[in-house]
Design a protein around this ligand. Structure first.
Ligand code: FPP
Length: 239
């Protein structure tokens, strides 16, 4: 397949609506959403995507009713247990971005275990955004940079976009080539604001629990028709 995006990021939206449409409780939408995660992680790995980043829980999501937050944390906890074998078998490297310290202690230790267990893997890098806020990520980076400038380790005039990027949670990830958002909303929702500067955006009406390999392929095919210019003129052939 030509011009496969190296890094695909996904805003997994529409779990609640999927459940409501079926007369189910919202949390059942999240439950089904985990099946989509499994299917897309497998498909992306098979396709040869190098980096897959999933927006699983935002800092704003802490404001949802306690029952729903508890349910999501349970799903996450089970996912971290159950998927480790599959992730290991498929040579996937597990990562997370966001505020690890905000998460329940039990989940923190499961995340640390999964990070350690998969750190030597050389296949796809699967990153979960958990308790993630792009604005907080940027402010955290500014704080770290300010400390370095204060201590004299970094000169203000040496702060370039490249240097700044190294202070973000995503320091070791390339910027996403393709952002997919399910459920039709045309929003970035505080996700990777810096990193998405030149990313191609694909929005589908499909709700996340219905999103499967075919939908991922459609998004990639659409991506392959886009002309990426990075603010420059289109590349023209010499003839
Ligand atoms: C949005 O649905 C989705 C989320 C809140 C996050 C996605 C979470 C999962 C797929 C499951 C848990 C994650 C892991 C990693 C086990 P919504 O409730 O905002 O949908 P709505 O907009 O239709 O209400």
């Amino acid at each position: 397949m030509s011009e496969l995006p190296q890094h695909v990021a996904i805003i997994m939206d529409g779990n609640g609506r999927w459940a409501m449409e079926r007369g189910l409780a919202r949390v059942q939408g999240h439950q089904s959403g985990v099946e989509s995660i499994r299917s897309i992680v497998r498909a992306a790995g098979e396709l040869g995507i190098k980096y897959l980043t999933l927006y699983a829980f935002s800092t704003e999501n802490w404001g949802r009713p306690q029952d729903e937050v508890g349910f999501l944390m349970n799903l996450l906890s089970n996912y971290l247990d159950k998927e480790l074998a599959e992730i290991t078998k498929n040579n996937i490297q597990f990562r997370m971005i966001g505020r690890l310290d905000d998460l329940p202690a039990e989940i923190q230790s499961k995340i640390r275990r999964n990070l350690k267990a998969t750190e030597a893997n050389t296949g796809m890098v699967l990153t979960l955004a958990l308790s993630y806020s792009s604005r907080i990520e940027i402010v955290d980076a500014v704080k770290k940079i300010a400390e370095k400038v204060k201590s004299g380790e970094l000169a203000a005039q040496d702060i370039t976009p490249d240097v700044f990027s190294r202070y973000l949670y995503t320091a070791e990830l390339p910027d996403p080539d393709l952002l997919i958002r399910t459920s039709g909303e045309m929003r970035i929702s505080n996700f990777l604001l810096w990193q998405l500067s030149y990313t191609e955006i694909y929005v589908t009406e499909k709700l996340w629990p219905d999103f499967r390999k075919d939908d991922l392929l459609k998004a990639i095919q659409e991506y392959q028709t886009r002309e990426r210019r990075f603010g420059r003129h289109p590349v023209r052939s010499k003839n």
